[in-house]
Structures are given as structure tokens and as C-alpha cells.
Design a protein around this ligand. Structure first.
Ligand SMILES: [Zn+2]
Length: 287
């Protein structure tokens, strides 16, 4: 079995920040909703720490501002803290100035809580795509070293299907690197196989197959997970669209066991370490 070091990443957001479900919940009410992020993230931290796996937590600034102790704890336990934007607004819904502000306020909240510098970014819902040619420029201008914000697939509500499957330098003359989320090839098509419904809904064997395929290609996988995925008691949102509800709530209770299997079977590390290695193998986008 390949021991390529893959990246284990957590998108640190509250259950009501998820796009498909969050749309049914008004932003004005967020502070009155029960926050379960502290409890669920601690479960996840215990799971990682039990086996000594360092991971990257992409935190929403809104969460960092309200739970600074949790952010500090993540850093103290040897994990990387990075940015997942301010309030989970998707990048393709912004213009460059709005994105610049979103990056700046979220970074300040996260760094204030963490006491360390943030150098990585993940767009909410992998929302950097062909519509946002300025996004990587703005990230590089603000001093970020890497982004893991592209899903190089065609999907119903995200995806940049023409993007490379593996690490690439999106900007001429810059070492800034984009590390797309993992895709697997099946019958000539790309499947988004780095987490989400692929991991939550399908049997574990599908994730094992996808990661093995990528590692056999000599490349690391980028896996992502959310604290709410191990929270079977989270409040149900009855008026969310049925398909979103299915994606969000299926199999929550078996998640912890599935995660332990995944963590035990492959070699994992932080995204910043993987980005440094992958930057040397990265392709360059044609200008
Ligand atoms: Zn997210």
C-alpha cells in the first residue's frame, strides 16, 4: 500500500453554515441558534489526537470570533489553523473588493484567537471557479501561500470542470499554489471524491478506492470533513430542500467509525506541509 502523505482537512463551521441547509436559516438568527461546533470539534480532535494525526482546520471567522478557546486548542494540539472565510458566503457571489474584505476580517478573527499566522485558505463550498479569475490574485496579494478551494468537476452547485486535478500555480510569476480537492476517475469522468456526500453516503470502500487510485498516480489525496458530520443530534431543518436534507443528515451516527477506519488506513498530515511538497510538482495554468 502506498504511504503517500495525504491531507486531512476539517472545514470548521457551524451546522447552520452549510449552504444547502443554511439557506433555510436567516443569518440574523445565527446567534440565537444552538451552537454545537465546540462539542463536535472536540470529538474530532480526540479522534485525531488518539492516533497522532496532524490536520488542517479551515475555520470560518464567525466561529473563531465566538469560540477563541477552541481555535487556541486546535493550534496547541499541533494542527494547522487556516481560513474558510468570514460567514461562509460563496466567492462567486462576491466581487473582488468584497472578497478582499471577507479575507481580511476572517483572518484577523482567526489570528487573534490562534496567536499564529494564517497562510492557507479554503473557499466555502469550493466556490473559486472560472467566474472568479481575481480570487487567486487577491489571495496571493494578501500573502496566502496556498488555497484548497477548487473542485475540478462538473457538479450541480459547484465545480470548475476545466481546472487541473492536481496542484497548480494559477498566477504567472508566483509560487502561490492551488491544491484542488481530490477527484477520482471513473469511466473517463471525474468524481468529487474528497469527502462530503461521497464519504458520508457511500460505503467506506468507495473512499478507499478513490484515495488508493490517487496515491497510485503518485499524488496525495485531499480529504475534507465537517464537525456537523459526527453530530447525530443536531437540530433538523424541516424546510430545507429534500435533496440537501438527504446529503446533510444521512449516516451521521456511523461517521465516527468510518473516520477511524480512514485515518488508520492511510498516512495523513497538514495541508501546509502538503502544499510545500506539491508546489514543486505543480503545473502552471496557461496565461
Ligand atoms: Zn464549508
Amino acid at each position: 500500500m502506498s504511504r503517500a502523505r495525504n491531507a486531512f482537512t476539517v472545514d470548521l463551521e457551524a451546522w447552520f453554515h452549510v449552504c444547502g441547509v443554511g439557506g433555510a436559516l436567516a443569518r440574523d438568527n445565527w446567534d440565537r441558534l444552538p451552537s454545537r461546533v465546540e462539542r463536535t470539534t472536540r470529538i474530532l480532535l480526540d479522534l485525531l489526537n488518539d492516533v497522532g494525526v496532524p490536520a488542517t482546520f479551515f475555520a470560518v471567522g464567525w466561529v473563531a470570533e465566538r469560540h477563541p478557546g477552541l481555535i487556541r486548542r486546535i493550534v496547541d494540539q499541533g494542527h494547522e489553523i487556516a481560513s474558510h472565510g468570514w460567514d461562509h458566503a460563496r466567492v462567486f457571489r462576491m466581487d473582488r473588493a468584497t472578497f478582499a474584505n471577507d479575507l481580511a476580517i476572517s483572518r484577523k478573527a482567526i489570528e487573534d484567537a490562534a496567536g499564529v499566522a494564517v497562510t492557507g485558505y479554503r473557499a466555502p463550498s469550493f466556490s473559486i471557479d472560472a467566474r472568479t479569475p481575481w480570487a487567486h490574485q487577491e489571495l496571493a496579494a494578501q500573502g496566502y501561500a496556498y488555497s484548497s478551494s477548487v473542485a475540478p468537476v462538473a457538479h450541480d452547485h459547484y465545480g470548475w470542470r476545466e481546472a487541473p486535478r492536481f496542484a497548480f500555480h494559477p498566477l504567472a510569476g508566483s509560487d502561490f499554489v492551488e491544491i484542488p480537492v481530490t477527484t477520482a476517475l471513473f469511466a473517463g469522468r471525474r468524481l468529487a471524491a474528497g469527502g462530503g456526500g461521497f464519504f458520508r453516503v457511500l460505503p467506506y470502500a468507495f473512499s478507499r478506492w478513490a484515495i488508493r487510485q490517487v496515491n497510485r498516480e503518485g499524488r496525495p489525496a485531499v480529504f475534507y470533513f465537517h464537525p456537523w458530520e459526527i453530530d447525530p443530534e443536531q437540530p433538523r431543518v424541516e424546510d430545507a430542500p429534500l435533496r440537501s436534507r438527504f446529503r446533510h443528515y444521512t449516516n451521521l451516527d456511523v461517521m465516527a467509525d468510518k473516520l477511524r477506519q480512514l485515518i488508520g488506513e492511510f498516512a495523513w498530515g497538514r495541508m501546509d506541509a502538503l502544499a510545500a511538497v506539491e508546489a514543486r510538482a505543480a503545473s502552471r495554468l496557461a496565461a
